[in-house]
Ligand binder design. Structure first.
Ligand code: FE
Ligand code: FE
Length: 330
């Protein structure tokens, strides 16, 4: 029996969604507790990343009990600092009162991290950024984004905080848009409890190599969490992992293994039209394939090929691991 890494999912995988066309939603809404029960019914998940606030009337104690009942732990808490109130940004909002509210709310969410015993507070300021050229002063945005995060980090030095970067959406351009900029910003904060959550799909459609982004963050001691999914490279489609870019996904996980990175393999997917539980199951099935392929990968041959920058040799080793060996003339 193969022992797989722990699997996780954002709880939003089991929610229902609206968009600007289906304004009645793609499915009936679910409560936080129902989402936890659905995550539990996947049977393969050990962790969930929990949105905060919870749905109406749900308490931290209820969430704690539901997680335990379903054999789940909270890996992270994701405060919703990207709703209407923050439509012009959280940390970089032009209104100082809204910025102060965002920071107070993040401190409140940090208490939820403590109450649930989660590993990190996940900060995804999806509205921090801009839409139009000349809309913002870029120097001012940097100052507000970096100073604001530093303030939250210093106020919560007992917990870890991760920034999840993303190129765009909902803001046309997000402030934390790449691995390199996020790493530079964290260096500028001068704190040791802020790291990065690398979303494979964000790196992909941001024009990065997810494997190279992972290596950069590992080299700087900043890769503290990750999400996987897939997309068509123009947008954050959050499709089932492995369905479009399996080779790059394999390179990504190879890079993590080469560096001895151990953590939760976490799904961040939005199955708008698919059954949420079955989508998670099939995705984890794919991740198991990837894990097994890493076990059979001829690492020595791959390293030797890379030492020569031998593209064909490297691809052959990868093909054999992913799809099985084909002999000469077969
Ligand atoms: Fe994500
Ligand atoms: Fe995303």
């Amino acid at each position: 029996m193969t022992t797989y890494p722990p699997f996780g999912a954002g709880l939003w995988h089991f929610a229902s969604y609206l968009d600007r066309y289906a304004t009645d939603g793609y499915a009936p809404p679910t409560t936080t507790l129902e989402q936890i029960a659905l995550a539990g019914s996947v049977g393969e998940l050990s962790f969930v990343d929990v949105n905060y606030p919870f749905t109406d009337g749900v308490t931290v104690d209820q969430v704690k009990a539901a997680l335990a009942e379903n054999g789940l732990e909270a890996i992270g808490v994701t405060p919703e600092i990207y709703m209407r109130k923050y439509s012009k940004g959280a940390f970089t909002n032009p209104d100082p009162a809204v910025r102060a509210e965002a920071i107070a709310f993040l401190n409140e969410a940090a208490d939820v991290v403590r109450a649930l015993g989660a590993r990190y507070l996940k900060v995804w300021p999806g509205q921090d950024g801009w839409d139009y050229p000349f809309q913002v002063n870029h120097g001012e945005q940097w100052r507000l984004a970096v100073d604001g995060m530093r303030e939250v980090a210093q106020a919560n030095s007992d917990i870890k905080i991760v920034i999840e970067y993303k190129p765009r959406e909902p803001r046309n351009k997000m402030f934390w848009d790449s691995a390199a900029k996020t790493a530079l910003g964290i260096k500028a904060m001068g704190v040791d409890n802020v790291g990065v959550l690398l979303d494979f799909g964000h790196a992909l459609y941001g024009g990065e190599s997810p494997a190279a982004a992972a290596q950069l963050l590992i080299d700087h001691g900043l890769l503290w969490g990750m999400d996987v999914n897939d997309n068509l490279r123009g947008w954050d489609d959050d499709m089932m992992v492995g369905t479009v870019h399996p080779v790059e996904l394999f390179e990504y996980f190879y890079t993590l293994r080469e560096n001895g990175w151990e953590g939760v393999w976490q799904l961040d997917q939005f199955p708008f039209r698919e059954d949420t539980v079955e989508t998670a199951k099939l995705s984890i099935r794919f991740l198991k394939h990837v894990y097994r392929a890493l076990d059979v990968l001829d690492v020595d041959a791959l390293r030797a090929a890379q030492a020569r920058q031998d593209a064909l040799g490297a691809q052959k080793v990868v093909q054999d691991a992913l799809f099985g060996t084909i002999g000469e003339g077969e």
